[in-house]
Design a protein. Structure first.
Length: 284
């Protein structure tokens, strides 16, 4: 083989080696490029996931803020309504509150002085309840059509104790109850509510009647003589004051069927005698 042929063969081998090496390099570069693209895509996907989570988080936070704002708005509306209700109630009570003497307890004793031919009022100890929703509503009594007689249903308790019970209802909220006047078993007479205001005594007749509670000692509900005498005097005075007839003097029993006053429900003759004694009081 000549020198020229050997040189060409050598160059061919070198060329083939170079060609093989360049192909491998190109493959490696392509693979590296693909890996970089994959990595870049993964990073982009991760960033998109992070952004998506952030968007959802911001959306939830916005919804929570909106819900809290609505709740706060409703709360403020409720507070305003309560304040308006309380303010209105206070203004109403102030408008109807009776002027009370400085002593704030036993205010005044009405004189037993006779007024010509008219029946003198009994000796009344005014110890008015504070205006409240459970025993003294402060509502005006426009007209008196009847006078109701009750018994306390609690033997042995005094007029002062029953007055304290009515006053305490403003704190206990146990029920609504009261009367204009309470006669004790010793004949004392306490006024709890002005005669120009309604009491919580006869549910269907509070708006046009005056009520008298009577204390007693025995379980049968019969009044002591002292209670009876004061009651007759008081009924005769109220009958004259409001131009009523004996038919307008009623038992709690006569309006609703409650056995009150017990003795005078179970003994009709005793009740008839009581009414007759009221009619005769002025003569006596």
């Amino acid at each position: 083989m000549g020198q020229a042929q050997r040189s060409r063969a050598s160059e061919e081998r070198v060329r083939r080696r170079r060609t093989g090496s360049d192909g491998l390099v190109d493959l490696e570069l392509w693979e590296l490029s693909r890996e970089e693209d994959d990595t870049r895509m993964m990073r982009l996907a991760q960033r998109e996931q992070v952004r998506s989570r952030q968007r959802r988080s911001r959306h939830r936070a916005k919804k929570r803020k909106l819900a809290l704002y609505r709740l706060f708005t409703l709360f403020m509306i409720g507070v305003c309504l309560i304040l308006i209700y309380q303010t209105t109630g206070a203004i109403y009570r102030m408008a109807h509150r009776e002027k009370v003497n400085k002593n704030k307890g036993i205010v005044d004793v009405v004189s037993d002085k006779l007024y010509g031919e008219e029946i003198a009022p009994p000796a009344i100890v005014e110890d008015l309840l504070e205006v409240n929703d459970y025993s003294r509503p402060g509502t005006k009594l426009n007209k008196v059509k009847s006078v109701f007689v009750h018994y306390t249903a609690n033997p042995g308790t005094s007029a002062a104790q029953n007055r304290s019970y009515f006053a305490n209802l403003a704190k206990t909220h146990e029920r609504s109850a009261s009367a204009h006047l309470i006669i004790g078993y010793e004949g004392e007479l306490i006024q709890c509510i002005p005669l120009e205001e309604q009491a919580y005594a006869v549910v269907t007749r509070n708006e046009d009647s005056i009520s008298i509670e009577c204390c007693y000692l025995d379980e049968d509900g019969k009044f002591t003589q002292e209670t009876y005498d004061t009651l007759i005097h008081t009924l005769a005075w109220l009958k004259q004051k409001y131009r009523l007839s004996t038919d307008d003097i009623l038992r709690h029993y006569d309006c609703g069927g409650k056995k009150c006053p017990l003795y005078y429900v179970e003994h009709e003759d005793a009740w008839e005698k009581l009414l007759a004694d009221v009619d005769r009081y002025k003569e006596n």
